[in-house]
Design a protein. Structure first.
Length: 150
């Protein structure tokens, strides 16, 4: 099952790369970085106009864009979501019985095989935590009312 899941996830990754075109010119890459505020590569690409290249204008109080850090737990959470979708497409079910390995456990195993150094401390609990929405726009769970016995 693990080898089959690895092949399917690898096929999905290759398909996504083919869909995106797979080839981006250096100029387009530099322009995309400049839109996010990283001006170095664009200035190196066009040294004759480097003095005129400036950061994009931001509104008052708007912070500079930062790239998100690579998280092996978020990658494993994405793998678990994709594994459940594969199970649904192939078997008509997305959950397994209690005595079988869960999608998160398979995701941890795949990450440990593909990224042994980064995933050395990866656990199922970290994958489940990374899969939960967080931040300002996360859906809040309703609070349960406490019933006090008098």
């Amino acid at each position: 099952m693990l080898c089959w899941l690895e092949e399917k996830i690898d096929e999905q990754n290759a398909l996504e790369i083919r869909r995106s075109g797979g080839s981006v010119s250096v100029e387009d890459w530099c322009k995309a970085l400049a839109r996010t505020g990283e001006l170095g590569p664009l200035k190196e690409q066009f040294p004759h106009v480097a003095e005129f290249i400036a950061e994009p204008a931001r509104k008052r109080g708007e912070k500079r864009w930062k790239a998100s850090k690579f998280s092996i737990a978020k990658l494993a959470a994405d793998f678990a979501r994709r594994i459940r979708r594969l199970w649904w497409d192939h078997h008509g079910r997305k959950n397994r019985s209690r005595d079988q390995i869960s999608a998160e456990e398979f995701a941890v195993l795949i990450c440990k095989r593909w990224f042994p150094r980064d995933a050395a401390r990866l656990t199922v609990a970290k994958v489940l935590a990374a899969a939960k929405p967080s931040g300002k726009r996360a859906k809040k769970m309703p609070r349960q009312k406490a019933y006090l016995a008098r």
